[in-house]
Design a protein around this ligand. Structure first.
Ligand code: N7H
Length: 459
């Protein structure tokens, strides 16, 4: 990865913009593609590259498969995108495997899905201040509304970078070799960027890489990444009410919730602090564990959210090194942010339980980047999150994310906490998270944006 690549890659792929706590996402349906291309060509310098670090605001842009077609990407380039991307997130088969069924089904979504205006693109807007974000969004909306229909999505920065259930988020994140050099958990760039070498040692397919250099869309996919966007509503009171009902003197609600997540509310891992939440812990040790000393899940249950979404060195009975290698083929770069007002400003469980629910909704705008939708995001969601038989379990889905009730087979509504002499089993776990909108996008490099913005009138 050289400097030219860094100035070509859109910044949000590589950096989470922790210094820009305010964000909004504009979902676009493009009604006049030529006018949109003209807008894009004029605003290319405002799209934030990875070399631009100390900015007070940032703008990134990505497109759906239909958006790329709508903007005139020719068939010979478009067909080289992956099947999952071209089909989109809500085909019948994909909805089944992702758990977008029942109350999660696309016909109930607020955006995306068949019955809505087609989603073509997304603008990701970030700012240091609330007023800066409002200026950016107002300006973009004013410019674009004449030729696109816009569905704005908000975010809400919560206390101590937590999410709505009250747990610290963004603690574990893989780094990219040669870029995130401080991160001890680094993967090859091709796991997240098209056209680079992946963990298999081969080049991740990039549309346009086989075109002749003179082709207008030569190397179109290089330095781009697939973006998964899911608006996930959280039933915060439902979560804490259920745990409150299940709690006892020995196992209070926070202990049970931590067992479900795999970390304590402050982000401390159960693997290192199995009995209680430490008041202080060294954030550098937040990922110094691999579950290898806890094969039975006595510290961190197999069924917990973090153990399912990254089983580290304990995957399916493989030896440790092989397990890590195998698990590392299914990693994602998460860029999610909460939305909606919190039930309590400091997200304290007892206060959230007592808070008056005024009907406002809240949740997570889940975003992640990966180079292979099937092998990374979809694998995690299908084979780990929504699998009752994950790693020797029988009837446990991911306690946080699982889609219940199941249409067939086991109901998946148990949560098993391994213990000596016998395990504790929580029954009838309700669904706490519901999909409210979703789409697959492709975030092109800056050079590909230029190719896309080019119009026949020479702009
Ligand atoms: Fe998850 N939560 O609050 O319980 N997640 N997540 N997630 N998640 C993580 O390590 C949460 C969702 C992953 O490497 C933490 O940042 C909620 C989806 C992965 O150790 C917490 C929602 C997918 C990891 C949460 C949600 C994932 C992870 C611990 C939805 C992918 C890292 C803090 C509303 C399909 C695992 C941290 C590792 C961690 C929560 C969604 C995946 C607290 C509430 C859809 C890979």
């Amino acid at each position: 990865m050289n400097q030219d690549d860094l100035s070509d890659i859109q910044s949000v792929i590589l950096y989470a913009y922790k210094n820009l706590p305010h964000a909004s996402y504009l979902i676009l349906s493009i009604e006049h593609p030529d006018l949109f291309k003209q807008w894009l060509s004029e605003h290319l310098p405002e799209v934030t590259p990875s070399t631009q670090k100390d900015t007070s605001s940032a703008l990134n842009i990505a497109f759906t498969s239909s958006g790329l077609e709508n903007l005139g990407l020719p068939q010979d380039t478009h067909e080289q995108f992956s099947r999952e991307f071209k089909e989109g997130i809500y085909t019948e088969k994909r909805s089944q495997l992702l758990g977008d069924i029942g109350s999660n089904a696309s016909e109930h979504w607020e955006w995306g899905g068949k019955a809505r205006p087609t989603v073509d693109a997304i603008l990701l807007c970030f700012s240091e201040t609330e007023s800066g974000l409002s200026d950016l969004v107002t300006h973009l909306t004013y410019e674009l509304e004449a030729y696109t229909s816009i569905h704005p999505l908000t975010t809400e920065a919560l206390y101590e970078r937590k999410e709505h259930f009250g747990f610290r988020d963004g603690v574990s994140q893989p780094g990219i070799k040669g870029i995130h050099t401080q991160n001890s958990d680094q993967l090859p760039a091709g796991e997240f960027l098209l056209g680079h070498t992946s963990a298999y040692g081969s080049c991740t397919p990039a549309p346009g890489s086989e075109h002749d250099k003179s082709h207008r869309y030569a190397n179109f996919g290089y330095n781009g990444s697939y973006l998964v966007f899911r608006q996930l509503e959280q039933d915060v009171q439902g979560f804490w009410r259920y745990l409150d009902n299940q709690s006892s003197e020995e196992n209070d609600k926070v202990y049970l919730a931590a067992k479900m997540v795999g970390r304590w509310p402050n982000g401390a891992p159960l693997e290192l602090f199995p009995d209680r939440e430490p008041e202080h812990f060294n954030p550098n040790s937040a990922n110094s564990f691999d579950f290898s000393g806890d094969t039975m899940g006595h510290k961190c249950p197999m069924a917990s959210h973090i153990r399912r979404t990254n089983p580290r060195a304990t995957d399916l009975g493989l030896d440790e090194d092989e397990a890590v290698r195998s698990v590392n083929h299914h990693r994602i770069l998460r860029r999610g942010r909460p939305y909606g007002k919190p039930l309590h400003s400091k997200l304290l469980p007892t206060s959230m339980l007592k808070a008056e629910d005024n009907g406002e909704t809240r949740g997570l705008q889940f975003l992640c980047f990966n180079a292979d939708l099937a092998r990374q995001f979809e694998f995690i969601q299908q084979t780990w999150v929504n699998n009752e038989k994950f790693n020797g379990l029988y009837n446990d889905l991911d306690p946080i994310l699982g889609a219940r009730p199941r249409p067939s087979g086991p109901s998946g509504d148990d949560f098993s906490i391994p213990k000596k002499p016998i395990r504790q089993r929580l029954k009838c776990v309700p669904q706490f998270v519901t999909t409210r909108g979703a789409s697959y996008f492709f975030m092109p490099s800056l050079s590909a944006l230029k190719q896309l913005a080019h119009t026949d009138t020479g702009i």
